[in-house]
Ligand binder design. Structure first.
Ligand SMILES: CC(C)(COP(=O)(O)OP(=O)(O)OC[C@H]1O[C@@H](n2cnc3c(N)ncnc32)[C@H](O)[C@@H]1OP(=O)(O)O)[C@@H](O)C(=O)NCCC(=O)NCCS
Length: 192
């Protein structure tokens, strides 16, 4: 798997296909999927915003691709919105590529990068208690459930519970074979 920032010019169509194919699996868990299906044009605008926020160090959104980068496997993000020393990790995998280890592989790469390359202390993942697939991903990587944040996550008229999972820099880091590219397409290694 290759993880790299999205390219607004060359990735819009491939991302569009991956999202359209996955609406049924994404909608229950990801608020942004409720507004889907967007147009290809709006997809391009979204990728431009991703590139801008990445360049400003505000939000780090990555695409996950097959090794030759011809097919989108899913999307991953590191979101610095959870207080000093921490970052929130998010992920989705396209419907036709689930249960092949991609979420665990990409999440392991981003956790390692956040600690080794960005010098962060804590990675958080927020998961709804009913989202068994995502809970299995973090359990496999050794994250620990810290708390259930009750009635904290607005979805429509509801306020849903959210489980908070964390891993800290002194914890054993999960192994990954994902390749990791920086915004200029240079290979970087989050491994020691
Ligand atoms: C959650 C999601 C990212 C998992 O992606 P994935 O690539 O299928 O996950 P992996 O293949 O890496 O699986 C990791 C572990 O979870 C298990 N798992 C994955 N999907 C599962 C499911 N639907 N039910 C039970 N276990 C599941 C796998 O068996 C594996 O465990 P194992 O190695 O012990 O067998 C994917 O289902 C998805 O995109 N869901 C919709 C979006 C979403 O929920 N994102 C997370 C929001 S917190």
């Amino acid at each position: 798997m290759v993880l790299r920032p999205w390219n607004e010019r060359s990735d819009a169509e491939a991302l569009h296909d991956a999202v359209l194919e996955s609406l049924d699996t994404l909608r229950p868990w990801l608020p942004w999927a409720e507004a889907e299906p967007g147009s290809l044009r709006s997809r391009r605008r979204t990728l431009r915003t991703f590139a801008e926020t990445f360049a400003r160090d505000e939000d780090y959104i990555y695409g996950a691709f097959t090794p030759d980068e011809s097919r989108v496997l899913g999307g991953f993000g590191l979101h610095p919105r959870v207080g000093p020393g921490g970052i929130e990790l998010g992920y989705w995998v396209r419907a036709s590529e689930t249960r092949r280890g991609y979420a665990a592989e990409g999440a392991a790469a981003l956790i390692t990068a956040a600690i080794r390359l960005m010098g962060l202390d804590r990675i958080e993942v927020r998961i709804e208690p009913r989202n068994v697939a995502s809970q299995r991903v973090v359990a496999k990587l050794g994250l620990v459930k810290e708390a259930t944040l009750r009635r904290r996550f607005p979805r429509g008229k509801e306020l849903r519970d959210m489980d908070l999972y964390t891993v800290f820099r002194e914890d054993p880091l999960p192994e990954t074979s994902a390749r990791f590219l920086d915004p200029a397409g240079r290979e970087i290694s989050p491994q020691p």
